[in-house]
Design a protein. Structure first.
Length: 203
């Protein structure tokens, strides 16, 4: 079984509630490390504008690059649910290594500001999962733009869409994710509006 994410890009409004809730739940200090980020996508020019928000976290890939490059085997993929975890005590730290960050095209590995910070990242809230609860990002989203669970079930429920604005699917890594994408309509020609001049009134 492989657990993964469903992201409804049409619903995300960029409120960052998921980011705040995640940092609070996992005691991630203020600073650059954030287990979930919200990407802002802006395209086009007036009147053809496109704006979208996309939550991004670890995709718990079927073939995760972070696992294969780690020289200390600090990053592993759980066989029972496919969740990718990190042993921070074993991690060599960003100053001595950082190979996981270089290898991941989705910038899932996160590092704090401290010297030789050890890697940290989303673990799908394993503490909550073992209690039968959803991850904190899911329950904190006011518009229900995020869901998690067995990937087969997510795709059966929401559809199997692997790319969206701001995200490119890797056939090599096979990220465990599906989307309800927000489509860019900026390439459509603007509707032509004809303005009829007002007729003057003669006195």
């Amino acid at each position: 079984m492989q657990y993964g994410f469903y992201i409804n890009e049409k619903r995300c409004m960029g409120c960052f509630a998921c980011v705040v809730a995640c940092k609070d739940w996992h005691d991630v200090p203020a600073g650059p490390a954030s287990w979930i980020r919200v990407k802002t996508i802006e395209k086009g020019r007036y009147p053809n504008l496109f704006v979208a928000f996309l939550p991004l976290t670890c995709n718990h890939c079927s073939n995760p690059a972070c696992v294969s490059v780690c020289p200390e085997q600090a990053v592993t993929k759980r066989p029972e649910d496919g969740i990718v975890t990190v042993d921070r005590e074993t991690c060599l730290g960003k100053d001595q290594c950082g190979l996981c960050l270089e290898a991941c095209p989705y910038q899932a590995p996160q590092f704090g500001e401290e010297a030789n910070a050890r890697m940290q990242k989303c673990d799908l809230c394993l503490d909550r999962l073992t209690e039968g609860e959803k991850p904190i990002c899911v329950i904190s989203c006011p518009l229900q733009a995020i869901d998690t669970g067995p990937l087969d079930e997510l795709r059966a429920k929401y559809g199997d869409v692997r790319e969206t604005e701001g995200f490119t699917y890797s056939e090599e890594l096979i990220p465990s994710i599906t989307f309800n994408p927000k489509r860019d309509a900026g390439s459509l020609a603007p509707r032509k509006v004809e303005i009829t001049p007002r007729l003057g009134i003669e006195g």
